[in-house]
Design a protein around this ligand. Structure first.
Ligand code: FES
Length: 100
């Protein structure tokens, strides 16, 4: 199996959140690694990295903004940390929890 580049780092999938319509009681698998092509959800691309998807069961049927930069301290929701990443952060690797 080929080595995954920066396997211990998360990729900033997008330097922005994405609004998602969540359904109460439904479980979603939020991509923590940033490598999924189905952001903000896992598509299995984390295999070979240090990361696994985070299961989240929606507590209400509502639209929420989910994190795509993978630096949020309140996953799977956006907490605005993407604004502290460099403007050209999309597609780049960063250590997890690297944004204070
Ligand atoms: Fe990123 Fe699964 S693809 S956690």
């Amino acid at each position: 199996m080929a080595e995954i580049e920066d396997a211990d780092k998360v990729i900033c999938a997008m330097r922005s959140s994405v609004p998602v319509d969540l359904e109460e009681g439904k479980t979603y698998y939020w991509c923590t690694c940033g490598r999924s092509k189905k952001q903000p959800f896992c598509d299995g691309s984390h295999q070979g990295t240090a990361f696994k998807p985070m299961a989240y069961t929606a507590t209400a049927t509502e639209q929420r903004k989910l994190c795509q930069c993978k630096q949020t301290a309140n996953p799977p929701f956006c907490d605005g940390r993407h604004k502290k990443l460099p403007e050209d952060a999309a597609g780049k690797a960063f250590p997890p929890n690297s944004v204070p």
